[in-house]
Design a protein around this ligand. Sequence first.
Ligand code: GAR
Length: 198
Amino acid sequence: MTKLAVLCSGRGSDLQSIIDAINDKKFSAEISIVITDKPNVPALTRAENAGIKNICVDRKKFSTRAEFEAEILKNLSEIDLVVLAGFMRILSPDFVKKFSGRLMNIHPSLLPAFPGAHAHRDVLNYGVKISGCTVHFVDEGTDSGPIILQKAVEVFDDDTEETLAARVLEQEHIIYPQAIKLFVEGKLKIEGRKVKIL
Ligand code: GAR
């Protein structure tokens, strides 16, 4: 059984879509642990309600990123795939190397456009007509790794960050479980910058 660890920072709706897909038997995997970098966030409650082990590794309690990551790593020794689901921290190159090809992220834009922490704001300021979401393997850059799946959504003239985020999120909840299913079933092959779906 493929063992997943899901790392979150807040609301955890992407986490919920993965929990729901597993409960609906869309693919065969287990979430062994949910880890957050902040205490008392809804993602922890969602994990608790689903009977999944959950811990907070509070970033504020560590003076360096290396110590923070070392604490997270203690919990990942038997994990096959690390899933970043709204985890709003940049992981170090050392961490990324350890999980090369088994570390996924979802980003709320059509990468490589609008990387970073404020994708929806940047999309609206720029004035693009199409946005969307991207699931990708994580490399040592920010939102720059090989792309697994993407889904486009229209941007409307009267969109706010909130309305656009909600429309994109609906698609995130579809493609993140799909990408994890492909990984679990051994159907993803990374060839340089490209991910082939077998
Ligand atoms: C999602 O929109 C996800 O794509 C985004 O944070 C949100 C988390 O929502 N991630 C990033 O912006 C990463 N740079 P959630 O907590 O409800 O899953």
